[in-house]
Write a protein that binds this ligand. Structure first.
Ligand code: HPA
Length: 271
């Protein structure tokens, strides 16, 4: 696997004139507009990068973008790979591992999620403080790749406390509607039943989604500090549950997108 990662990394270095990203950013469903704030220097289609999986979801455009955000060098994944698309976990986290080999020092992740905490509202942001993995597997199953990280990585602080407090400070200063809480990952692609929403809330989750956790596990395995934020696109508490359609999720994400972009940009500026 390390050889496939190395080949992808070498190809990217070649194609980007050895651009050196300091930070990696993963953009979630409906959150691609952050790239409008980037001074783009290079852009590569996933399809052109050796060994990269190819995105199958229409709302994800599938590009690796290199440039400046908040004055810093970033590599941004516009579109990610979900377990429900049929990729295995190694494929889901392949780009995260490549970004680490490219030299990123921190990882910033975003996603769209359903709100389980009754204090939340649609289009608010939730800074992720911890997670629960309810996917049936994870990217570290199998022989450990010692070049990437240890067999039994610690998970006591998957989301960097310093980044979390910086983000909450930025949110307060800019009066952004930002909450914090626990994210639970489920396989999808169907949304949850009412009973499942109640269960997820009871086990301690504040938001539910179909991504992020595998990427965070792979990043933590490699020693990368992680910051992650959910955009609450629909409310999943009794009395507020509506039929969810992708269009509503995209609309709620679009509404929150400027706040998320501001938060991530200001956070990157502070590093
Ligand atoms: N459940 C799971 N994933 C989601 C949801 C949800 O309610 N909303 C956005 N992504």
């Amino acid at each position: 696997m390390i050889q496939l990662l190395q080949e992808a990394t070498d190809f990217i270095r070649q194609q980007t004139n050895h651009f050196q990203p300091d930070f990696g950013v993963v953009l979630g469903t409906g959150l691609g507009a952050l790239v409008n704030d980037i001074e783009v220097q290079h852009s590569l289609n996933y399809a052109d990068i050796p060994h990269f999986p190819v995105s199958t979801v229409e709302s994800h455009s599938g590009k690796l973008i290199f440039g400046k955000l908040g004055g810093r060098n970033v590599v941004v994944m516009q579109g990610r790979f979900h377990f429900y698309e049929g990729y295995n976990m190694e494929q889901v986290v392949f780009p995260i591992r490549v970004m680490k080999l490219l030299g990123i020092q921190k990882l910033f992740v975003s996603n769209a999620a359903g709100g389980l905490n009754p204090e939340f509202n649609t289009s608010e942001l939730m800074v992720i403080t911890d997670h629960i993995n309810l996917l049936p597997t994870n990217p570290l199953i199998g022989k450990n790749v010692d070049e990437l990280g240890p067999r039994f990585p610690d998970m006591s602080e998957p989301y960097n406390e310093h980044l979390i407090s910086q983000a909450l400070d930025i949110a307060a200063r800019h009066q952004l509607p930002v909450k914090s809480g626990v994210y639970v990952s489920v396989p999808g692609p169907m949304l949850e039943t009412k009973a499942e929403y109640r269960y997820l809330s009871n086990i301690g989750a504040d938001a539910v989604g179909m991504s992020t956790v595998p990427e965070v596990i792979a990043a933590v395995h490699m020693g990368l500090p992680v910051f992650a934020v959910s955009v609450i696109t629909d409310m999943c508490v009794p009395g507020k549950i509506k039929k969810v359609v992708l269009l509503d999720i995209l609309e709620a994400a679009a509404k929150a997108e400027p706040n998320m972009t501001l938060l991530i940009k200001e956070l990157i500026k502070r590093q």
